[in-house]
Design a binder for this molecule. Structure first.
Ligand code: FES
Length: 563
C-alpha cells in the first residue's frame, strides 16, 4: 500500500512506473538559496548530480535544506548548525530514500549536513561547493602599479586594518568591495569552509581531490556527475558512513587540519561529527597532532596562496601523500577503496604550495590546546597565524562585557591600553552570545593601529573566522555565561600565556578567585521561547563540540511507524 502510494505520487510528478520500480532512490540535499553566495551555483550542480544518478540506474530527488550563507546570517550561522543537522537527519529519515548526496560547502553547511547524514546512517557522499576563483587587486604606486592576488576574508581583515590606520582611502575601500569575492563558491583562503570540506574528504566521505576543485571550473560540473554515479553504487554496496568513520579516519582528518593550517573552528566541528559517529575523539588528540604535524599548505592566512593554487598543486591527495607515514592508510572511503589506494600516484605538483616536510610553512602547529585556571576545560589558539612574540606573554587585562561595550570603548583615544595589554571579551560563548559568534578577533584600538601595532594578545570564549589571523586565544571553556573563570576577570588583572607549556593563567590566588566566584550571578536570558531557547538549554560547551546533548551518540532512533 505504501509502495503503491509512493509510485502513484512519483507518476504525479511525471515519472513512469518503470523509472522508479526497484531502483535506488537518491536524495540530493541542497543548501542553495538566493542569500548564500557560496552556494549560488548549486542548483545547476544538482542537475549534474541527477544526471549521474540516472546514468547509474538510480532515481534522484532534490531536497532543499536550510541554507546558511556565513556572511548573510545573523547573529551567526553557528547558532543554526545544529538546526541544519536536525533537518538533514529528519529529511532523510522521513522520506523514502536509500542514499544521499550532500551539496554544501560554506562554513556550517558542511559539518551540519554531515552530522545529520551520519546520524541518519544512509550511504552518503559529500559534494563540496568548491572554492571561488582567485581575484586580483591593482594599485598605483609611486613607481608604477602593484598587483596582488587577493582572497576572501583574510584580505578583508587586512585591508580593513589598513583603512582604520588611515593608510587606505575611503574610495579604495569602496573599490575593494568588488574585489576578493570574484565568483560563486566558498572562501578561497584556508578558512573554515575549506578546512571543513578538506576534513570531510580526509574522513573518506568525498571523492579524492574533489574539495579543492574551483566552483566555476568545468571539472566541478563533471565531479558533481561522478558523485551522482557513485552514490548509486554505494547504495548497492551497502557502504554506509559507519563503515567509513572510524577513529583512524578522524585522526587522519585531524592530521590534515594541522597540515593545512586549518581554522580553529574545525576543533569544534570535528568533535561534533565524531560524537555523531560514536567515535572517541578529544581536544587532547588534536593538541598531540598539532605538536607533531607542521603546516605544509602554503595558504592564507598561515601562508600566501589560495585554494585555486592548492587545486593545481594536486589538492588534498597530494598533501596527504606528504603525510602518509603519519596516517592510517587502511581506512575505507566512498570510492569503495582504502585511503592507501586513493593516494597511489597522487604527488605534489608544486612544492611552493604543498611544502615538503623538510620545509614547512610553520612548525609551530595549526592548533594548540591550552588549559589553566582561566580555561579549566580548554581554550585553543592558532599558533601558525599568531605573532611569536606573544607565545610567552604576561600582560594586564582590559575586559569587555560583550561586543556592544567593546565597540563603544575600543577606539576611544583615552582608552588605557598599550600593545602589551591583554584584550578580554566575554559573553561570546555558545550559551552566552548565544551561538558562539566569530567575535574572537577583537579589533586593535585605532590609536595603536595608527602607531603601527598590528597584533595584540586577545582572549575570549567566542570563535574566530578561519580566514582571520592574530594572537587570539579562543573557545575558552567553560564559557563566562555559565560561570567559567573568564566571568571573574577584572580590569588590571595579570594574565599569562605560555604557549609552549600550553597554559593560560589568571594570576590571582585561589582564595581571591573563590571569593569572586561566590559573588558571581548568571545574567537572565532574554530568550523565553523558540529555537534560541532550545539552543541555550541543550548546547554543549566548545570542548564537547557544541552539539545538542540529545543529538550526540549512536543510539538507534525507531523508524516512523507506517501502515
Ligand atoms: Fe561561505 Fe566563506 S562565506 S565560505
Amino acid at each position: 500500500m505504501r509502495g503503491f502510494a509512493h509510485r502513484q505520487r512519483a507518476q504525479q510528478m511525471g515519472l513512469r512506473r518503470e523509472d522508479v520500480l526497484g531502483k535506488p532512490c537518491i536524495a540530493i540535499v541542497n543548501t542553495w538559496s538566493d542569500l548564500s553566495p557560496c552556494h549560488a551555483h548549486l542548483r545547476e550542480r544538482a542537475e549534474s548530480i541527477k544526471r549521474g544518478v540516472l546514468m547509474a540506474g538510480g532515481v534522484p530527488f532534490e531536497l532543499p535544506a536550510l541554507s546558511l550563507g556565513e556572511v548573510m546570517v545573523k547573529p551567526t550561522t553557528m547558532l543554526y548548525r545544529n538546526l541544519l543537522a536536525m533537518e538533514v537527519e529528519e529529511l532523510l529519515r522521513s522520506h523514502p530514500v536509500d542514499g544521499v548526496v550532500l551539496l554544501a560547502g560554506c562554513d556550517k553547511t558542511t559539518p551540519g549536513t554531515v552530522m545529520g547524514a551520519v546520524s541518519a546512517g544512509y550511504p552518503t557522499i559529500f559534494c563540496a561547493a568548491g572554492p571561488m576563483l582567485n581575484d586580483r587587486h591593482t594599485q598605483r604606486t609611486a613607481t608604477g602599479c602593484e598587483t596582488r592576488t587577493v582572497g576572501a576574508g583574510t584580505h578583508t581583515k587586512l585591508f580593513w586594518d589598513e583603512h582604520q590606520a588611515g593608510r587606505l582611502s575611503d574610495a579604495e575601500w569602496v573599490q575593494l568591495e568588488s574585489r576578493m569575492t570574484r565568483s560563486p563558491g566558498t572562501c578561497n583562503t584556508m578558512g573554515t569552509a575549506s578546512t571543513m570540506t578538506n576534513i570531510v574528504e580526509a574522513l573518506g566521505l568525498a571523492l579524492p581531490g574533489s574539495t579543492a576543485i574551483p566552483a566555476m571550473d568545468a571539472a566541478h560540473v563533471r565531479h558533481a556527475t561522478s558523485c551522482g554515479e557513485r552514490i548509486v553504487q554505494m547504495v548497492r554496496e551497502g557502504l554506509t558512513p559507519s563503515k567509513i568513520l572510524t577513529r583512524g579516519a578522524f585522526l587522519n582528518a585531524a592530521a590534515v587540519q594541522m597540515a593545512l593550517g586549518g581554522s580553529t573552528n574545525a576543533a569544534i566541528h570535528i568533535l561534533a561529527m565524531a560524537g555523531r559517529a560514536g567515535v572517541e575523539l578529544t581536544l587532547a588528540d588534536l593538541d598531540r597532532l598539532g605538536r607533531e604535524i607542521p603546516v605544509l599548505a602554503n595558504l592564507f592566512p598561515s601562508g600566501d596562496r589560495l585554494m585555486e593554487d592548492f587545486h593545481y598543486a594536486g589538492g588534498l591527495p597530494a598533501l596527504m601523500n606528504r603525510l602518509r607515514d603519519m596516517l592510517s592508510l587502511d581506512e575505507m572511503t566512498v570510492t569503495g577503496r582504502t585511503l592507501r589506494d586513493n593516494l597511489q600516484g597522487r604527488e605534489s605538483l608544486d612544492d611552493e604550495v604543498i611544502r615538503p616536510l623538510s620545509r614547512p610553512v610553520s612548525d609551530s602547529g595549526a592548533l594548540a590546546v591550552l588549559q589553566g585556571n582561566l580555561a579549566p576545560a580548554s581554550a585553543v589558539m592558532k599558533a601558525s597565524a599568531a605573532s611569536p612574540k606573544f607565545f610567552r606573554h604576561r600582560g594586564r587585562a582590559l575586559v569587555f562585557d560583550g561586543p556592544g561595550e567593546m565597540m563603544a570603548r575600543i577606539h576611544d583615544p583615552d582608552l588605557d591600553v598599550d600593545e602589551d595589554t591583554v584584550l578580554v571579551l566575554r559573553g561570546g560563548g555558545p550559551v552566552g552570545a548565544p551561538g558562539m559568534p566569530e567575535w574572537g578577533n577583537l579589533p586593535i584600538p585605532k590609536k595603536l593601529l595608527a602607531a603601527g601595532v598590528r597584533d595584540m594578545l586577545r582572549l575570549s570564549d567566542a570563535r574566530m573566522s578561519g580566514t582571520h589571523y592574530g594572537s587570539c586565544v579562543l573557545h575558552i571553556s567553560p564559557e563566562s555565561a555559565v560561570g567559567g573563570p573568564l566571568a571573574l576577570v577584572r580590569n588590571g588583572d595579570l594574565i599569562e600565556l605560555d604557549l609552549p607549556a600550553r597554559t593560560l593563567t589568571l594570576c590571582i590566588d585561589d582564595a581571591e578567585l573563590a571569593e569572586r566566584r561566590a559573588a558571581w550571578q548568571p545574567a537572565p536570558s532574554p530568550f523565553a521561547r523558540g529555537f534560541t531557547r532550545l539552543y541555550q538549554q541543550h548546547v554543549t560547551q566548545a570542548h564537547e563540540g557544541c552539539d545538542f546533548d540529545f543529538l550526540q551518540g549512536t543510539a538507534p532512533t525507531p523508524e516512523p511507524p507506517i501502515y
